[in-house]
Design a protein around this ligand. Sequence first.
Ligand SMILES: NC(=O)c1ccc[n+]([C@@H]2O[C@H](COP(=O)([O-])OP(=O)(O)OC[C@H]3O[C@@H](n4cnc5c(N)ncnc54)[C@H](OP(=O)(O)O)[C@@H]3O)[C@@H](O)[C@H]2O)c1
Length: 297
Amino acid sequence: MMRRTTVLVAGAGGQVGRRLLASAPREADVVACDRRALDIADAAAIGPALERIQPDVIINAAAYTAVDRAESEPEVALATNATGPENLALAARELGARVLHISTDYVFDGRGSRPYLPDDQTGPLGVYGRTKLQGEAAVIRILSARATVVRTSWLYDAQGHNFFNTMLRLMSERGSVRVVNDQIGSPTAVGSLCRVLWKFALAGNLGGRIYHWTDGGAASWFEFARAIARQGAARGLLADGVAVTPISTFEYPTPARRPPYSLLDCRSTVSALGLSQRPWEEELGTVCDELAALRRH
Ligand SMILES: NC(=O)c1ccc[n+]([C@@H]2O[C@H](COP(=O)([O-])OP(=O)(O)OC[C@H]3O[C@@H](n4cnc5c(N)ncnc54)[C@H](OP(=O)(O)O)[C@@H]3O)[C@@H](O)[C@H]2O)c1
């Protein structure tokens, strides 16, 4: 008989949470908890909830992800991104459960010149990255070998609030967009991240480590936007000929500073899970196809 694994997904109402539910493998008995069902910042609520659910694995997809707003709401970001994972880890330790925690490229300062390795020096530039880094550290400190942290970057999906959907909307409304060309990262489809998260969730104990996962290759936000315009037009999501103009970060000031370079070296994940990365342009094609199909129905 197939061994079943009970997996609690915290933050099940978010972009990653929803896709995790939609892509759950057969061996997983998934218990979905959105913020209303489980507020990870509420320490008193977590113990009883976990006691009832008895998860083998908790995937923490809950986070405060508003990078700019975090600068003016540091306490809320801290409660969600640092105290929340700490609460989950403490309750998981009581049950002997594992925690798979999602983190971000924004823990780095972006002054590197080669893709960041999981153990490279961190140096977050803002409240979001700082609180996410605290969350990673708490989960590993409390659970050691029963914690796995997966950092990823520049997530987008056919649904949800993300750069891809914002660009499609602005391109349709305005016919032209100006996009930052001096921040380099790896656009990553949420579906690609979720394939990796499920592999980790079912892989057993991988030893208190941080892993990286992004789609293959590199792009600036401008290059990503240009590809969205091209691939979107090819699938009828947009008119042809949207003008995409490169600008500098200086010309688009935001409350939070972002790393100018945040490529993540994913080789340890590739070898731990026996996977390969697909180029981000190919994953973008898959997401555009999915959106085109959604719009047809
Ligand atoms: N988006 C990216 O580009 C990106 C890049 C790198 C890493 N990540 C990481 O990927 C993970 C998933 O992000 P995402 O893109 O799916 O973000 P998202 O769409 O903003 O989802 C986060 C979810 O967490 C929920 N949440 C917030 N506070 C909570 C709390 N106290 N208790 C329980 N749930 C709470 C949110 O609910 P409400 O909607 O009610 O607030 C939302 O449903 C996060 O760890 C994020 O840091 C994201």
